[in-house]
Design a protein around this ligand. Structure first.
Ligand SMILES: *[C@@H]1O[C@H](CO)[C@@H](O)[C@H](O)[C@H]1NC(C)=O
Ligand SMILES: *[C@@H]1O[C@H](CO)[C@@H](O)[C@H](O)[C@H]1NC(C)=O
Ligand SMILES: *[C@@H]1O[C@H](CO)[C@@H](O)[C@H](O)[C@H]1NC(C)=O
Ligand SMILES: *[C@@H]1O[C@H](CO)[C@@H](O)[C@H](O)[C@H]1NC(C)=O
Length: 560
């Protein structure tokens, strides 16, 4: 250190300054390198000897930082304090201070010394720091309607200068009124770093309109505008309305399970309710429903539910229980004999107009009224009564029994003229069993509605008296018919007789065909015709016979 510059330095320390510029200000960012320009970056004079940076200590005295001599080219750090490690000089003479902090907010002076001049350029450094993102802490679990509640505290940390906080609801700023909305701001400075943390506590009185509203906190700082994550709060409010619902598909009918459901519009909804069932108060906990099982017709009336903590909050519903009773006599299986009578009694008791319908064997029918029972009366009778969705059904099965009675025994020549077909018809229930005194072929039988028909085909070789007998467990009936032989010895009469008979049948058939409804009359007519002809022509064939006679004939047949 032997240069004349040193002499000059000593001179300057004594305060012989030639020129001092007005104060410039440089704004730097916290933690980053502070660049302090010398003379706003203007080119140094041509006869520059050296550039020196110094700073103003907290107590106002000057402290040396570094000096850069033109001859040496390299800068010499003169600082002995914290700055010794942090300062350097750029090619353009700017002072570089690494890791800027609030302690660097002071005045730095650049001294430019040339052979002809000495100039000083003081620069004030300001260090700014962007705060952390605002965060809402100590959030309320829920807000209670009409009650000032601490909603939360918004915090932004480590800023310079201090950030400002505002609260917003649905994006709109919340104005503190000191009553319903109370905002308490505060700023704290960290003694070590000098950085400021701002907090703001919001106390808020919620209304029902605040359901779903989003609250957030806005931080305003010259380096950034930042917003917290929006928060939505549950809002609790008491019930203002209670309603009662009757859960039932369609009108309530006796025997139904009816559920009463109570609803209150508060939040949270009440967990318990009082149900007023026929003048009795029932407390239901942890449910909003009460079920009336198998409701009785006496259950018609008013039902209520109310809040447990406020019994004046109540709702009522009327329930009308419709009912329908049906009583039918007789029911089940009824066994009757032909000619008996049967009284049918149907009684109904209903809460409204009921519709009665009857079916017999599945087909719509009139209500049964029986005189003397016949086989056609037999069947399954169902009575159905309906009203307002309720249906009641009762039934009985009528069985009409009777011992068999032969209604006709007839004969006619088969189409091939070789055989005779005998037809025995009888009525009776249970089904009669047919027995003939002669063995036939091509047996055919049918049984319907108590009417049985049995046909056999025979080939009589001699004149015969044939017996048809019918039996069931109630009795029996017998009828005989004379059948003449189909063979030579009787051809003389047989032909004409049988032809006449067939003609008669044909006539009867035509008559019967024309008068279907009068078929029975036709049958009687035919029987009459036949008997009278047989009598007048003396064919010897007579239908009426006794069992004795038939037995004799049978014996004869065996002998033949
Ligand atoms: C001087 O140099 C430094 C570092 O190279 C740079 O950051 C700064 O902007 C320069 N200043 C001027 C005024 O050119
Ligand atoms: C009918 O046939 C049976 C055998 O099939 C016989 O035993 C019976 O005697 C016959 N009766 C008459 C009446 O011919
Ligand atoms: C059968 O009856 C007819 C009358 O219907 C009579 O003329 C005939 O002689 C009888 N035959 C026998 C074998 O009895
Ligand atoms: C059947 O013939 C017998 C004689 O063989 C006679 O006694 C009887 O009266 C006749 N019956 C009828 C219904 O014609």
């Amino acid at each position: 250190m032997d240069s004349p510059a040193f002499l000059l330095l000593a001179l300057m320390s004594a305060g012989t300054l030639l020129q001092v510029r007005s104060l410039d200000t440089v704004t730097a960012l916290y933690g980053e390198t502070i660049v302090v320009p010398c003379n706003n970056g203007a080119s140094p004079p041509d006869d520059l000897m050296f550039t020196k940076w110094k700073y103003e200590r907290d107590d106002g005295t000057a402290g040396d930082l570094l000096v850069k001599q033109i001859q040496k080219g390299e800068a010499t750090v003169q600082a002995t304090d914290d700055y010794a490690q942090r300062v350097s000089i750029a090619d353009n003479s700017s002072l570089l201070i690494s890791q800027g902090s609030l302690k660097d907010e002071r005045t730095f002076t650049c001294m430019v010394v040339s052979a002809s001049n000495l100039m000083e350029f003081p620069v004030t450094v300001v260090v700014n720091k962007k705060p952390s993102t605002p965060e809402i802490m100590d959030k309320a679990e829920m807000l209670e309607k009409d009650k000032l509640t601490m909603l939360g505290t918004c915090i932004v940390k480590d800023a310079n200068p201090a950030a400002e906080l505002t609260w917003t609801k649905n994006g709109q700023p919340l104005a503190a009124d000191g009553k319903a909305v109370v905002v308490s701001p505060s700023v704290k400075v960290d003694p070590a770093t000098g950085l400021s943390s701002t907090s703001s506590t919001l106390q808020y009185t919620a209304t029902k309109e605040d359901i779903g509203a989003s609250f957030s906190c806005l931080s305003t700082h010259l380096l950034a505008k930042q917003e917290s994550t929006p928060e939505v709060f549950t809002i609790h409010y008491p019930s203002e309305k209670v309603s009662l619902q009757v859960l039932s598909e369609g009108p309530v009918a006796e025997g139904d399970n009816v559920t009463l459901k109570c609803h209150a519009d508060g939040n949270p909804p009440p967990s318990s309710f009082n149900f007023h069932i026929k003048g009795q108060k029932v407390l239901v906990e942890n449910s909003d429903s009460y079920t009336l099982t198998a409701i009785h017709r006496d259950g018609t009336g008013e039902y209520k539910c109310s809040l447990v903590d406020d019994e004046k909050m109540e709702a009522a519903q009327n329930i009308v229980v419709s009912y329908l009773d049906l009583s039918l006599t007789p029911t089940g299986t009824v066994l009757k004999t032909v000619g008996d009578t049967l009284a049918v009694k149907m009684e109904k008791d209903a809460s409204g107009e009921a519709k009665v319908s009857w079916t017999k064997d599945g087909k719509a029918a009139k209500a049964p009224v029986f005189g003397e029972l016949t086989y056609t009366d037999a069947g399954v009778y169902v009575c159905e009564v309906t009203m307002a969705g309720i249906t009641r059904r009762q039934s009985f099965e009528l069985v009409v029994e009777g011992m068999p009675v032969i209604t006709s025994l007839t004969k006619h020549r088969a189409d091939d003229a070789q055989h005779k077909v005998l037809t025995c018809e009888a009525e009776g229930v249970p089904e009669p069993i047919f027995q003939w005194s002669i063995n036939g072929t091509h047996e055919e039988s049918s049984y319907r509605n108590g009417k049985a028909t049995h046909k056999i085909t025979v080939t009589p070789r001699v004149n015969l008296t044939v017996t048809c007998s019918v039996t069931n467990r109630l009795g029996e009936d017998v009828m005989t018919i004379n059948v003449s032989s189909l063979f030579k010895e009787d051809t003389k009469f047989e032909g004409s007789t049988e032809d006449a008979e067939d003609q008669a049948k044909l006539i009867v058939g035509i008559v019967a065909g024309l008068l279907i409804a009068a078929a029975v009359v036709g049958l009687i007519y035919w029987l009459y015709m036949k008997n009278s002809r047989q009598g007048s022509w003396k064919t010897g064939e007579k239908e009426v016979g006794t069992s004795e006679e038939s037995k004799k004939l049978e014996e004869n047949n065996h002998n033949v």
